[in-house]
Design a protein around this ligand. Structure first.
Ligand code: HEM
Length: 106
């Protein structure tokens, strides 16, 4: 949905301090998010994840829409020990929009 993805680009401003997407994206404080929707957690090359994320990855966590929605609402409650220092997105519509935006970088 292009309109939703466009709204998600605005929401993604909150993520940009730590994450990049697109052709020239690099790992920063957080990993590159190209292709993240539907991908296994903790698998971006060259990024050093927290122990919590490494364990979730070993446990088979995949970033489905549902898992991403739960993570982005409250990262620290969803995953104890994550080093993503972000309070979360309060509005369901913002979460839906940012996921649509991320899907445009598959
Ligand atoms: C991890 C999304 C905001 C820092 C992740 C992951 C996703 C994500 C999907 C998991 C990546 C993977 O498994 O490879 C987002 C979105 C944001 C956001 C959509 C905005 C709504 C932020 C902010 C920061 C940050 C603001 C820094 C203050 C990190 C870090 C990790 C991470 C350090 C690795 C976590 C760990 O290893 O425990 N983020 N993020 N993120 N993010 Fe974010």
């Amino acid at each position: 949905d292009p309109a939703l993805a466009a709204a998600g680009e605005t929401v993604f401003k909150k993520c940009k301090a730590c994450h990049q997407v697109g052709e020239d994206a690099k790992n920063k404080t957080g990993p590159i998010l190209n292709g993240i929707v539907g991908a296994p957690a903790g698998h971006v090359d060259g990024f050093k994840y927290s122990k919590a994320m490494q364990e979730a990855a070993e446990g088979g966590l995949v970033w489905s829409d549902a898992e991403l929605t739960a993570f982005l609402a409250k990262p620290k409650s969803y995953m104890k020990g994550t080093k993503m220092s972000f309070a979360g997105l309060k509005k369901d519509e913002d979460i839906e929009a940012v996921i649509a935006y991320l899907k445009s970088f598959q």
